[in-house]
Structure formats: structure tokens, C-alpha cells
Unconditional design. Sequence first.
Length: 292
Amino acid sequence: MARQAAANAAAPSSPVCTGINAFPAPVSTCPDNPLPRREARTGTVAPVVSLRPRDAQRTERRRRAASTRRDVSFAGLSQKVAIAAAASGMVLTVALPTTAAVVPAETQTVAAAAEQEELQPVQAAAGADVSFDRAALHSTFDPDAKLAEIVSASGGDIVTAEAKGSLSAPLDRMVMSSAFGTRISPITGAGELHTGQDMSEACGTSVLAAAAGTVTFAGWHAYGGGNRVVIKHANGLETTYNHLSAMDVAVGQVVERGDAIARVGSTGASTGCHLHFEVLVDGKNVDPLGWL
């Protein structure tokens, strides 16, 4: 028994495969699992770690989170680059699919030829007088031309906004009294149509022509106007000046805008010194204030 025990002790024992971790499968140091080269040279065994399923899932989540952070970082970097490029004036172009029809090559050629023809320089003769000065702007207002244009274009249907300012004031200082329209007559006390605009002024004050024209009447008015002057302007327009103390023009005389034609008075159906001024279009009285 003792001899057998000694022999067993002296005999080399068979290698025992021991695992580093018990789960899921031990990594063996048995001959069928040889050591790596470095471990074979040094004679040491590097620890080999096996992961449990939970540890493997945690590692996978960390790997995915790191990958996501890299993607987000890259996207943020791309956005910063785009903003910086836009701020510096660079043009970023993106090729997008289009459904526009393709222009045939023949059409493109014709369009290019037409464009080239339009871009041809303008030529002038050698002795031509070419000036690049700006055109002069004139601000001179011709009220008589405006007056003729308004009346001829309207055909008698005058729009106040268009006629306003086309006639000049018949007095240097206008103090309005009785207006155009229906009123109570200061003489009879009855209702009547006042056919003009009354302007109060001292007797003897100069009365001025409201526009250029020809005197068609200068005399006594039988219907209350007293001494009356009528001037015919262009295209059926007339102005009348009533209750005058004196008349300084004769029938057929041509007058200009602003000429002195008479003097303020109180003749005819009048209660005091004033000018009764009328505007007629094709023989019909209209409100003078729409023209002054």
C-alpha cells in the first residue's frame, strides 16, 4: 500500500482544466485551448473575462449611445459650418429633383441668338450729336391749358376734383359771403337759386379776369345783375362779373388771366358793395368754388 502511494505521488498528474468564470462557458487552460503567444512565451495566463447577458446588454447600450452622440455631434458641426458659410457670403447649392420640362436644344439656340441680338450695341453716325445729359424738368403750370383740357374732355360733365384751381381769383382778397345754391333772397325774402358766389369788397376795387378769353357782354343786366361783364373761355366755359360800379373792357376785347376788367360796385339787385361771380358750363350755372 505504501509503495503504491509513493508511485502515485511520483507520477506526473494529468492536467486539470479549470475555468476562469463558471458561466456561460469556462475558458480552459487545457491543451485543446492553447495559450496565446505572449502567454506561451512568458508562461503566464492572461485573464479572459466572459460577460453575463445583463453586462452584454449594458455594454451594447453604451456603444449605441456613444454612436448616437457622434452622429449628433457631426450634425451639429454640419449646421455650424452651413451657418458660417452663409454668414461669409458663400452660396450653398443643393441638387433637387425637378419635374420641369426640358427645353429642346433648338429652342435654346433660338433664345440665345435672340438674346445676343438684343445685346448688340447701339451705334450712331460719326458726326451725330450724342448727349447723355438728363432731360430737363419744368414745373411751370399753365392754368389756361389745364382749363381747356378739363372742359373739352368732360363734355360739360365737370368733376370738381379735376376743375379745382383751374380759375384764378377775381379779387386780390376774397371774403366769401353768400354761397352758390338755394337761399332766402335778402331783397324779396323769398326762396331763390343763388347762381353765383358773392365776395364782399369795397366799391371801386379792381375786378380781375379769372382766365384768358374774349369779352362777349359788357353792359346792364336786366335781371338784377346791374353792370355786368361776361367773358367766354375755351370749350363752352364762361365767367360773369356782376353789380359793377364801372366796366373797363368792351365787347370783343381779348383779355388775359388776371387782367383788370372792372370795379366792384352795388348796382342792380344789391344790398351793398360786393362782387357776384358766376361760372357757366354750356350755359348752365355751376358752383364757382369748385373751380377757384
